[in-house]
Design a protein around this ligand. Structure first.
Ligand code: FAD
Ligand code: SF4
Length: 520
């Protein structure tokens, strides 16, 4: 075979960069440039990625590659099954550089520090310069966040969120927030009460096409021992894998679910995984959708009177606020952020996290749902699985590996700060002003999980004691000296101080017994 002649740019497109209008494509010239994409085992095994997650990434990549092909864009695409595939990102990129001898590597800023380091390494090794461009699918740049964070001891979402609202004129009127408030939390976050949720519109899920069916077959064969269930049925895998599908999911959410989004944002209910959430995180993170279009569409719904301000503000806060905030934290704190363990937590992750085999009903529901769908909503992640690992004192790196493995929307830049900072308080309060801790009574208030559970959420010791409640008090006793220095923990520490020594001893014995029961 004749050797291909040298090219100008080799465009590195990663599995979570599936937008043809990304900055990497700005000056793309099909006569001189080429796109490079690779499916490699390494990206699914460096953490034990769930079958749902692998299938979504690979299917979306193959659909994107097909679209590029349809547009006659020169593309080198290395598939898993290619016998010459070295199954590592740097290995494949090195081969592509040898084959095409590009003058430069071009890419949009990747979402993962580890991947960035690898690509920089290849550039250094080969001497081919690497140009990294801003990701225009976010509102802010990491530089802007770093500027905002400069000189602040603690970072708080609220200040960053307000800055972005003003700068991009989102829900603003004459320089003031529309409605006079920045935040409508007091109108949001109700539970469903005893009567349960109102009718929940069925979420928009997509039938698997030939590409996705083949990917599902491949994943079930190659990654058979990876966690999770995966079938080609509508219930089994219905995620958007193209931009067209992602836009339909967004439109459906805005019309059918957004009006009740805020009100029931934190509520949970047995056998109801989807509720009033948007289910767009995977599409946003794969760049099938841009943050701008999602926020603008929600804003338009408010102006057209189809969704109330509290719901729209609550939703926009998640995207314009939290999403941009965690990205800034990730890129300004890595790589040391991965090593944070402020609470000195060292317990192993219980084995039931990988199979849902536990008698704690809330955990069983949340974990089984995650294994079957690759999805759990924010409060299930924060106040069920995350709360349990925090109270139990699981090593943050093990918690991180579980979350990164489990969810279809899991990419490190967004997952890590949510786990290390928000959920496990392992950064010592850089991201959140206090640990999100609660007894089982919180879960009882926000769901019906406790109704079907053998434990009683209000009991901290004794045979019916709820492990969350036991571990909550045990956690407070263990961390009493550091927690008593935190002004936002005063009430909780005061309640602990009121407890008799006898009760404290009974709780500690119960916590010890619970930990022992988890040992293999
Ligand atoms: P909705 O509830 O409908 O919210 C709308 C959108 O807001 C989401 O799609 C998401 O893009 C954004 N959003 C909401 N909360 C956050 C947040 N805390 N941080 C960043 N963006 C947010 N989100 C991910 O995208 N990937 C992850 O790997 C991830 N891991 C998480 C781990 C833990 C421990 C916790 C507590 C949260 C995590 N989140 C993660 C944030 C959030 O739980 C998910 O974005 C959300 O549940 C996705 O479902 P949805 O699209 O239906 O979200
Ligand atoms: Fe979970 Fe405790 Fe409620 Fe059982 S009683 S569902 S363990 S919070």
């Amino acid at each position: 075979m004749p050797k291909p002649s040298p090219i100008r740019h080799l465009l590195v497109v990663l599995g979570d960069q599936l937008n043809p209008d990304s900055t990497a494509f700005t000056d793309f010239d099909p006569k001189q440039d080429r796109v490079w994409m690779a499916e490699v085992n390494e990206e699914s095994t460096h953490i034990w990625s769930s079958k749902q997650r692998i299938a979504l990434f690979i299917s979306a990549m193959r659909h994107f590659a097909k679209e590029l092909g349809d547009s006659k864009i020169p593309l080198s695409y290395i598939a898993f099954e290619d016998p010459s595939n070295s199954q590592s990102l740097d290995g494949e990129l090195l081969k592509a550089i040898q084959a095409f001898q590009p003058q430069a590597l071009i890419m949009t800023a990747p979402g993962d520090w580890r991947v960035l380091e690898k690509i920089k390494g290849v550039s250094k090794q080969t001497g081919v310069p690497l140009e990294i461009r801003e990701d225009n699918y976010f509102f802010s740049t990491v530089r802007e966040f770093a500027e905002h964070a400069k000189g602040r001891k603690q970072l708080r979402l609220e200040y960053w969120y307000r800055e972005l609202r003003k700068k991009h004129s989102i829900l603003m009127e004459d320089g003031q927030p529309i409605g006079g408030e920045w935040n409508y939390d007091q109108e949001n976050r109700s539970s469903f009460g005893k009567e349960g949720p109102p009718p929940i519109p069925a979420p928009l899920r997509f039938k698997t096409d030939a590409i996705t069916k083949e990917v599902i077959r491949l994943v079930n064969e190659r990654f058979a021992n990876h966690p999770g269930e995966l079938s080609a049925s509508l219930e089994g895998f219905g995620w958007p894998v193209t931009r067209a599908q992602a836009l339909l999911v967004l439109t459906d959410f805005i019309k059918m679910r957004l009006p009740l989004y805020g009100q029931f944002q934190d509520a949970m209910w047995t056998k109801e995984p989807w509720l009033f959430h948007a289910h767009i995180a995977s599409a946003l993170n794969l760049k099938l959708l841009s943050a701008h279009e999602v926020v603008n569409t929600a804003q338009v719904a408010f102006h057209q009177g189809t969704a109330p301000l509290a719901a729209v503000e609550g939703f926009i806060r998640q995207i314009l606020g939290w999403r941009e905030y965690v990205r800034g934290i990730y890129w300004t704190q890595m790589p040391s952020y991965l090593e944070r363990n402020a609470l000195n937590a060292n317990a192993p992750l219980p084995a039931f996290f990988w199979n849902g085999n536990t008698s704690m009903n809330c955990l069983q529901e949340t974990i089984n749902q995650s294994l079957n769908t690759g999805y759990a909503h924010h409060i299930q992640r924060l106040m069920v699985t995350g709360l349990y690992t925090l109270l139990l004192g699981v090593h943050p790196k093990e918690v991180h590996a579980w979350y990164l493995s489990m969810y279809v929307d899991a990419v490190e830049w967004v997952e890590l700060p949510n786990v290390i900072g928000m959920s496990q308080f392992a950064d010592g309060g850089l991201m959140a002003s206090k640990p999100y801790i609660a007894t089982g009574k919180y879960i009882d208030r926000m769901s019906n999980y406790c109704k079907g559970c053998q434990f009683k959420p209000d009991q901290s010791h004794g045979q019916d004691a709820c492990p969350f409640t036991t571990l909550y008090w045990d956690f407070l006793m263990h961390h009493e000296s550091s927690m008593s220095k935190n002004p936002r923990m005063v009430m909780q520490v005061r309640n602990l101080k009121r407890m008799s020594d006898e009760t404290k001893a009974a709780i500690q014995a119960q916590a010890k017994q619970h930990r022992l029961s988890l040992q293999p």
